[in-house]
Write a protein that binds this ligand. Sequence first.
Ligand code: HEM
Length: 697
Amino acid sequence: MSTQQRADPVPRRPRLDVGIVPVVVAVGLLATVTAALFSGAAAPPPEGLTDAGPIVRWTLPLVRVLHDVSASLTLGALLFGGMIVPATRGRGKLDDPRVAHAFRVATAAGFVWALAGVVGVVFGFADAAGLSLADPAFVSAFMSSVWSIETFRVGLISAAAGFVVASGSALARSRWAAVGLGAVALFGILVLGLAGHAGGSADHETAVNALGAHLLSAGVWVGGLLALIVLRPTFGTSLGVVVRRYSTLALWCWVTLGISGVMAATTRLGTWQDLTTAYGVLILVKVAAFLLLGVAGWWHRRSTIAALTSSTAGVSTAGASRAGVSPSAKVLNGIRSRPFVRLAIGETLLMGLTFGVATALARSAPPVPEITPNPSIALALTGFPAPPAPTAMSWLTAWRVEWLFLATGLVAIGLYVYGVIRLRRRGDSWPVSRTINWVLGWLLFIWVTNGVLSIYGRVAFSWHMILHMTELMIIPIFLVLGAPVTLALRAIPARTDGTIGWREIVLRVVHSKLFVIAGNPIFAGGLFFFSLIVFYWTGLFEIALRTHTGHLLMTTHFILVGYLFAWVLIGIDPGPKRWRPALRLIVLLATIAFHAFFGVSIISGTTVLAPGFFDTIALPWVPDPLADQRTGGSVAWAIGELPALVLALVVAAQWYKSDSREADRSDRRADRDGDAELTAYNERLANLAAHDHQANH
Ligand code: HEM
């Protein structure tokens, strides 16, 4: 890390600008009270339902605002401490005051998050049960059933994440700890996407995915800006670098927040007319705030950020020059950053207001009723109506957009192509075959998770097995041959100011001990095979069929396990030492033998797997679930063989290539040193012969 890149020292006890936080919370509280009065979000429940009382009804939205602001600030502070704020000159990795200040903020905000989370669950339970806190039955009812209700379960998980992050931040000092705790904070916010209106809505999956992405982007965006303002006194002259890095992140968040917000709104609003309802009006208020914040972001990019890094020439330092003194760097810094800071403070207040409106929105009855009256069995079981009997055309025409997987595929392709363009721009080449493999792999992923296989794989075993085998054995081969890690390490510039960027994170993962274990072909093969057994012969399969989270985790697991297996066999990317091709082929053949055994055990099975699901859904075009299961077994066996053959051919091709490379290398060496190796070998043979000759005579 070059000296000039190291930032100037931090004032010994900088006064962090924490004053902004209570102001943002106050604006949020005011907004939530106004919005709740407008939409009736804190009104007593309808006739016939028991009321937990006004204290509970009003405390809930107020505590939620505090929860959302503190959770966001915790995440923002860790993000800044680990990945955004340059290191302090002359300070080591573990005693950098900038990182220490970020941890102090994360500790305080994290504990508020955890406490507000627990209070939110207690009051939420009282409200849902219609029990006041003073009710003697409250504690036993709470203790016996709070965990079984998803909304409160995720609330407790999120509060626990807040507590872990706060405790960790109180002890940690390294940037890697900030990144690790930041990941826990991200999870703690993301899991909340499973609660609220999203949980019950007809288009449950879209609602959950949208709210998850919405909360995450709002958390990073608002938390980042709050952390920037609070920690600014520690930045010194590196404010420009910090703001530019945050600004890139803020743009991603703004786009994600807008798209996910609109998607969340579509699951709760049936018609344009619904925008005139109280719920609809609150959404319009948020849209207005969103656009205003977009304009502020644009103005930052157009003017205030440029001013931060511009030369001092334009800065009017009238007072200082009148005094005949040259304004110090600190004063100039203050002057240059003023327009930025003023606008940023305005933004955080508007964000606080939007948080307030959002909290009331989440407690207001949406026009589209959450629970579909008299749902069909398929809708009750899977969240989707039963699909008609599949036809040949279904392979092309059956689509049901799974936004999260669609977005994942498009972002993966977009980032990869952007990386290739960066290499090309600086004159470096990148094999086209790799780009084709990567793009094909993700296009196949998008089809598999949004098309016929995703629709029928949710209700019939045979179709599920085609989906499973494609995700486990076919898509990963394409992705692995795309060599994404190599591209990332070549396209993403290394950080030189002590911060941790995506390149540093990729390098850390690839060289981690965990990767050494995971990169062992026996481990990868074992994981490949045993996860099949565990998944189908425990309740996991049924959970994946019935729940959105289960379906998400199943798909992620199949792709990752398949990717790891394909990578240890034919991977191009850097990682732990690769086994010799012959050994890899043996592992492949052994795994495929096990895989065939898996297929046969399904074919020969006499009981239906996930009987509670398949016997209940009873699709007219699957008259015999066991027969369909046996078809699934043959599919597993059949589809498993082709990719295995491709893997074997690629291993053999790589073997041949590495051998011929080795041969070329030793030929070149022989040319260079007159084949010293052969000479030495012949000498050794001659000596041996001479020795033997002597010994025998
Ligand atoms: C295009 C603009 C936006 C739209 C259409 C939108 C829409 C929504 C919808 C429909 C919900 C779910 C409410 C429910 O559970 O019923 C929501 C929740 C939320 N929104 Fe937005 N939003 C937008 C912008 C924003 C902005 C700019 C912020 C913050 C700066 C924000 C923060 C939140 C938060 C924190 C929640 C969760 C509230 C809770 O569950 O307590 N949204 N939004």
